[in-house]
Structure formats: structure tokens, C-alpha cells
Design a protein around this ligand. Structure first.
Ligand code: NAP
Length: 347
């Protein structure tokens, strides 16, 4: 069976591999045939050892990355009563559970949601992990379909996978959105429906942003120090209902450097301190860590199945092109999601 893995001595390089086919699925598992997947920033980092003590604890044998995908059900475990062979599903998998870069794989029911014909394979391939993170970030900021209308939201890092999906959802729910990204991605943000677009290199425009809620998806320059762009400005405002949510936390960096116990304790202390400081200025401050959630995944798939939803896919390539793209993350410059499809009928 064909797969893509990181070997022990490969210095984080993804390579094609032949692996034995998975056994019959356990009671709560589903056996799947992969139709497509994408790359999420966490995987190349884990492949190079970042967060490995927490996320790849066994450290034995090849590591299989892959946090998302679209797949067809081959077989279900005896405890899975709501899915059947032949159904298409969307996947969102924590690094602690396993990887999706394999022709055939077994996953727990909690990582899988069924999809209808309206959701195309390419969109579903890149939707799960980035989409659940976006949905969970909006939720942490107190935003939902019935609580977002009229809210002034700023999305920093809006052109990436998580940012693009958060923008589409918040726009659909009626928020007014300032989207922050580099100039070359401004057309992309316009197409997704941003009301105002700012280049993060333009410090005057950044300082002039007037939002009550900030979602930060911009990658941190230093993985061990907490950096919260736009939080200072938000704390100086005096409007009610302000919130700051970030997906970029020092947790994995701290665990990498200091071990699980000291790393978790240290970043826990940082989190509490930051929350307290922000609360003194009337700002709700939250870190978001992706959580597997089959119900939320189904909700997300339904939202993206609606006909007028802008596409999150900027490029669709063959699955065989996955290792080159994975190993050359510097070259990854396309906005939204780049997906890698098993079949020849790519979008
Ligand atoms: N905590 C969690 O569980 C969790 C889960 C998923 C993702 N994440 C993290 O969340 C972040 C976003 O994930 P993603 O999948 O959307 O990544 P992505 O697709 O690589 O997008 C990252 C985006 O950040 C933008 N960016 C780079 N430097 C920036 C800066 N200085 N200011 C503002 N934007 C900047 C880039 O936009 P331009 O190309 O326009 O510069 C890029 O589109 C990543 O750092 C990822 O590691 C965390």
C-alpha cells in the first residue's frame, strides 16, 4: 500500500513508502480509501521534531503526517452504525491520533464526517483541520451564526487556510471584516468577501484598524515566546465585547525545549498571565488548540456545501506531488488551501 512517511533518519523529509495494508477496523474505527489531502503547517514542524515529545511520543518507526483529507468509506467497525461502505467523508485528525498520508487508513469515528454530493472532493480535501480550527477560533471569540451580525472582526493571517475559512464563515454570519495579509493576496481576500484589507507591512494602516474582535492566525516568528500582534491596540480601546483569539501559542515550542511537564506548566502560566492582563483591559483572551469533533466537522461540511460559498482551493495538484511541496515549505506561497488529489479528475 502506498503512503508518504518521514523516516527516522530522513531529517524531516517526506518520502513515498510501501506499507502493509491496515488491519480490519477496530469497533469504533472506519477504514478509508484516501481521495485527497493537504498540508498544514504543523506537520512539517512535527516532522523536524517540533512538539515531538507531546505529539509523536512513541518516536518509533516512520511518522505519517496528514491532518485532513477527503476519503471513501471501505469498511466500518462493529460499533459504527451511522456510516457505510461507499460513502464520502471529510477528515480532521489531531497529530496525536495519526496521519492521513496513506492510500488506505483506519481512523476513529470522531475524526470523520459524511459529506453530500454538493461538497466537491477538492474543497473537502483541505477543509477539515484548518476549518475546525477556524470554527473553534470563532467560537472562542464568542462568534456564531446568531451572534456575529454587525460585529467588527479583524483576521490577521487571513489569506492562509485557517484565515480564509474563518473569513468565509464570519462573512456568512454577518460580521464586518478587516482582513490582514501581504499585498499579493489582497485579490484573494477581496474574492472571499473582506470589507477592508490591510497589508501587515503597513504599520500606519495596522495601527488604524478598528475592530472589537481579533483572530490571530499569523505564524509566530519565535515559537517559544508569545507574540500577540494587535492585542495592545485592542486593549487600549474601550468598546464592549472585545476579544482576542490566537492559534499561535508557545505550547509546542516550550514542550520541545523543556520537556512535557515543564513545558506545559510554563506555557500554562504564560496563558493565565496573559488572560489576566487582557481581562484588566476588558478583553477576553483565548488560545485555541485544535480538537477533533465529528459534530463540528459535519456542521462545517454542510456550511461549505452551500452553492454560493467561495472556494478555499487555490491550487489542486496530483497526490504524487505531495512530497516535493511538503519538503519545500518555503515555496508554499498560494493562499487558502493547496490540495493533493489521488484521482486524475482534479479540479
Ligand atoms: N493551535 C492550533 O491547534 C493550530 C491549528 C491550525 C493552525 N495553527 C497555526 O495557525 C496558523 C495559521 O494556520 P494556516 O493553516 O492558516 O497556515 P497557512 O495556510 O500557512 O497561512 C498562514 C498565513 O499567515 C500569513 N502571514 C505570514 N506572516 C504574517 C504576518 N507577519 N502577519 C500576518 N499574516 C502573516 C501568510 O499570509 P501572506 O502569504 O499573505 O503573508 C499566510 O497566508 C499557523 O501558524 C498554524 O501553525 C494552529
Amino acid at each position: 500500500m502506498k503512503a508518504f512517511t518521514i523516516g527516522d533518519a530522513s531529517a524531516g523529509t517526506l518520502r513515498p513508502a510501501e506499507l502493509p495494508a491496515p488491519p480490519a477496523p477496530a469497533d469504533d474505527q472506519i477504514q478509508l480509501e484516501l481521495l485527497g489531502t493537504s498540508i498544514n503547517p504543523i506537520d512539517p514542524l512535527v516532522a523536524r521534531g517540533y512538539g515531538a515529545r507531546l505529539l509523536n511520543r512513541k518516536g518509533d518507526g516512520p511518522l505519517m503526517p496528514g491532518r485532513d483529507g477527503v476519503a471513501r468509506v471501505v469498511q466500518v467497525g462493529s460499533g459504527v452504525t451511522d456510516l457505510e461502505p461507499g460513502q464520502r467523508v471529510v477528515l480532521a485528525v489531531s497529530p496525536r491520533t495519526g496521519g492521513t498520508y496513506s492510500e488506505r487508513l483506519n481512523l476513529p469515528r470522531g475524526c470523520v464526517a459524511p459529506i453530500g454530493d454538493q461538497l466537491d472532493d477538492a474543497t473537502a480535501a483541505g477543509l477539515g483541520y484548518a476549518g475546525l480550527t477556524a470554527l473553534q477560533s470563532l467560537g472562542a471569540a464568542g462568534l456564531s451564526a446568531d451572534k456575529a451580525r454587525g460585529k467588527r472582526l479583524c483576521i490577521n493571517g487571513a489569506s492562509g487556510g485557517v484565515g480564509s475559512i474563518a473569513l468565509i464563515l464570519a462573512r456568512r454570519w454577518g460580521a464586518a471584516i478587516t482582513a490582514v495579509a501581504s499585498q499579493r493576496n489582497h485579490d484573494w481576500l477581496q474574492r472571499l468577501g473582506a470589507d477592508e484589507i490591510v497589508d501587515y507591512r503597513d504599520s500606519a494602516a495596522m495601527a488604524a484598524i478598528r475592530a472589537d474582535i481579533v483572530l490571530n492566525f499569523a505564524p509566530a516568528a519565535d515559537s517559544t515566546r508569545q507574540h500577540d500582534p494587535l492585542l495592545g491596540e485592542l486593549c487600549q480601546r474601550d468598546t464592549p465585547g472585545r476579544a482576542y483569539v490566537t492559534t499561535n501559542t508557545p505550547v509546542l515550542g516550550a514542550v520541545t525545549d523543556r520537556g512535557i511537564v515543564r513545558g506545559l506548566a510554563g506555557s500554562g502560566k504564560t496563558y493565565l498571565k496573559k488572560r489576566l492582563q487582557a481581562r484588566r483591559s476588558g478583553v477576553r483572551y483565548r488560545w485555541v488548540l485544535f480538537k477533533e469533533d465529528a459534530d463540528q466537522l459535519a456542521t462545517l461540511a454542510n456550511l461549505f456545501a452551500e452553492g454560493d460559498t467561495p472556494s478555499i482551493v487555490s491550487e489542486s495538484r496530483a497526490l504524487d506531488a505531495l512530497p516535493d511541496a511538503f519538503n519545500d515549505q518555503q515555496a508554499a506561497s498560494s493562499p487558502g488551501k493547496v490540495v493533493f488529489m489521488a484521482a486524475d479528475d482534479r479540479a
